[in-house]
Design a protein around this ligand. Structure first.
Ligand code: ACO
Length: 354
């Protein structure tokens, strides 16, 4: 073990908007078809936030769900890291809003941004703090509302994304280390291939009163991102396995960023992984960016696909360009199951009330 303290994932949670938007709904907006979207991406439907639902609300719902799963007191949490590209505002950070809402009174809190790879980066950051002995318990959230930054007249992009939040609780463990290995990479020279221009201080619109410009929308070179992704995923998984001292054959489940089923299948094939090892919910969630890996894991646990003791390769890729992987052993059980069997459903009900 390269850290002085071990780390374990002890909780996972979700926060989802209530509205489901199907491919048939999108047929009414742009020149597309359910068949085209399903064939090219594997997506059938996605959740889209209403005007009232915010990034911080989804993050808070996911945090509460994960805290319930882990069966911990929020005051045990010493670190809140939120990975998002679509915060409510530039500041206060989404992490500070979550920290206040859940009553994590002893916690440090900050946001970080690595687009769809953000959750993998955030897990690695949390592991550094826990592994060094600085903190004993961390809440890590991936959340995005990309729907606010999509051009709903652009069929190349608007069909791909969904909104949502996913959370993990990580705790120090003196005996075992279950966060086995990580690998993080970036290549800023490819930033233009996937970006949301006109959303930061590079575009101050000085002197225009009242401001007339609106913010930009997500722009993507789909082919280039596809090529990048099918190479980045195997590279990251192999490197993280090497860091963990295991081989790809030791992986029970591949939990990739849920961008597109064709990318996922092609990457799994390149890794020589059987289709049964793939965890995916892209058909019903679309690409939820930083939230997609914890959301996929949350649903796989609900379905009983991932069992206690499974070795999982979490792997992300996205804007930046960024990519990375974390190898974890999953040993946690939902602490609510013994008392009530509602568990993660609560989150969806809570979100739908908003
Ligand atoms: N409905 C119908 N036709 C469409 C649609 C649509 N929604 N979108 C594009 N088309 C058309 C194109 O206009 C093109 O028509 P043409 O041949 O007449 O010019 C044709 O379909 C083929 O278009 P391609 O772009 O070549 O289609 P491709 O098979 O490459 O699939 C896709 C496009 C799905 C976007 C694919 O490239 C892809 O998945 N790329 C990766 C995208 C991705 O995952 N992005 C997120 C990264 S993660 C993050 O950080 C946000």
């Amino acid at each position: 073990m390269k850290f002085s303290h071990g780390a374990r994932l002890i909780g996972v949670g979700a926060g989802l908007p209530s509205a489901v938007v199907t491919n048939f709904d999108l047929e009414k907006l742009v020149d597309t078809s359910d068949e085209w979207i399903k064939t090219r991406t594997g997506i059938s439907e996605r959740r889209i936030a209403s005007e009232e639902e915010t990034t911080s609300q989804l993050a808070i719902a996911a945090a509460k769900d994960a805290i319930g799963f882990a069966g911990i007191d929020p005051q045990e949490i010493e670190l809140v890291v939120v990975a998002t590209s679509t915060p409510d505002n530039l500041y206060p950070s989404t992490a500070c809003m979550v920290q206040a809402a859940i009553g994590a009174k002893r916690a440090a809190a900050f946001d970080m941004e690595a687009a769809c790879t953000g959750i993998v980066y955030a897990l690695a950051v949390a592991q550094q703090f826990i592994g060094s002995g600085t903190f004993k318990c961390a809440l890590v959230i991936g959340v995005d509302i990309h729907s606010r930054f999509l051009n709903w007249a652009d069929r190349n992009t608007c069909i791909l994304f969904g909104d949502g939040a996913g959370a993990f609780i990580i705790k120090a463990d003196e005996k075992e280390n279950e966060m086995l290995g990580t690998y993080l990479r970036a290549d800023g020279s490819g930033g233009h291939l996937l970006h949301i221009p006109n959303t930061g201080s590079a575009y101050p619109h000085a002197g225009v009163t009242p401001p007339t410009a609106t913010h930009g929308f997500l722009e993507m070179n789909g082919r280039a991102i596809y090529e990048f992704a099918v190479n980045a995923v195997p590279e990251a998984v192999r490197a993280a396995c090497s860091d963990a001292g295991i081989t790809v054959d030791d992986i029970d489940f591949l939990i990739p960023h849920q961008a597109n089923m064709r990318i996922i299948k092609s990457a799994a094939e390149r890794l020589g992984m059987a289709p049964e090892k793939i965890v995916s919910n892209v058909n019903e969630m679309g690409n939820t960016s930083a939230a997609s890996i914890p959301l996929a894991m949350w649903q796989a646990l609900k379905r009983g696909q991932i069992q206690v003791g499974s070795t999982c390769a979490l792997v992300g890729f996205g804007g930046g360009l960024t990519w990375g992987s974390a190898i974890v052993k999953w040993t946690a059980v939902d602490q609510r199951q013994s008392s009530q069997d509602e568990g993660t459903q609560v989150t969806e009900v809570e979100a739908s009330k908003k």
